[in-house]
Write a protein that binds this ligand. Sequence first.
Ligand code: GTP
Ligand code: MG
Length: 289
Amino acid sequence: MTDVPERAHRAGVVALLGRPNAGKSTLLNRLLGEQLAIVTHKPQTTRSRILGILNTDDAQLLLLDTPGFHVSGKSLNKALNEIVDRVAEDCDAAVLLVDPGPGWDEGHDAIRARLERRGAHVIVVATKQDLARGRDSGIPDALPVSAETGEGMDELLAKMVDALPESAPFYGPDEITDRPMRFLVAELVRQTVFEELGQELPYSTAVEVLAYDESREDLIKIQANLIVERKSQKGMVVGKGGAMIKRLGQRSRAAIEELVGGRVHLELWVKVEPKWTKRPNRLKALGYD
Ligand SMILES: Nc1nc2c(ncn2[C@@H]2O[C@H](COP(=O)(O)OP(=O)(O)OP(=O)(O)O)[C@@H](O)[C@H]2O)c(=O)[nH]1
Ligand SMILES: [Mg+2]
C-alpha cells in the first residue's frame, strides 16, 4: 500500500472574462448549479462583477462574473470596461471565454497578454459547443465547453483548481455570493426588462431597490424604482393602461419568489432620471463601478 499525500486546500479568485454575450454568466450559473447571475440573449447584460462561491472537496473557487469587454466611449460602457480591468488586475486565474461564432480577436490577445504579464494563469475556453459542433473554432489550445449541456465542466473545474494557490477557504461552506439580496432582486427585475422590452430600452434602464422589508414572517415586502432616461421611455415601460408595468411586476415577483423561496409583495415604480448613464455618481450609487 502506498501513502498518497493529501493535497493541500486551494482557494482564490477565478475571473470569467470575455466579449459581451460569450456566455460568462451562463457558465457561472452552471458551475454553481444556481441562477445567481442574470442571462439574456442580448449583449451587455452584466453590469458589475458578481462573485459566486464554489466549494469542492479540496478547493474554494471565488468565481467572478464580469461585464463583457468591448470598445465604446459611452460613460456606462467605460465604467463596465473599468470593472473588467480591475478584475483582470486582481485575479489568481482567468477563464477567457470565446464564442466560436464571432471567434478570437485582438481584444482577446490584449487581455490574455495583460493577465500573463501579471502571472495570472489563463484558461482559454471555446463556449457554446452544442452549437459549434463540427465548426473549426480557430481558437488554439481552447478547452471546448457548453454551459448549456454541461460538456467540459469537469475538465474546466480541474484546470481552475490547479491554477489556484494553496490557501484556506475565504468564505463559509454555505455562502454562495458576497452580494446582498437587494442586489439579486434588482438584477431579477432588470432581467425581466430585458425579456419584455425592445432592443434599446434595457440599456437605459437601471433598478434601485428602495425597501426590502422582512419584518413579516410570511411575506417579504419590496419597493423598487425602475429608472429610465427619458419620459418617452417611461411611457413604454408603463405601457397602455399600465399593462407593461403590471406584467413586469408580475414576472419579477415570480422570479424573486423563486429566489427567496417564499411569498413576495413587489411595488414597482417608474422614475425618469435624465442622463443617469452619464453621471459617475449615479453609476456608482447603482453599483456599476
Ligand atoms: N446554445 C448555447 N447557448 C449559450 C451557451 N452559453 C450561453 N448561451 C446563450 O448565450 C446568450 C448570452 O449568455 P450570457 O451568459 O448572458 O452571456 P454573457 O457573456 O454573460 O453576456 P454579457 O453579460 O452581456 O457580457 C444567452 O442567450 C445564453 O442562453 C451555451 O453553452 N450554449
Ligand atoms: Mg453576463
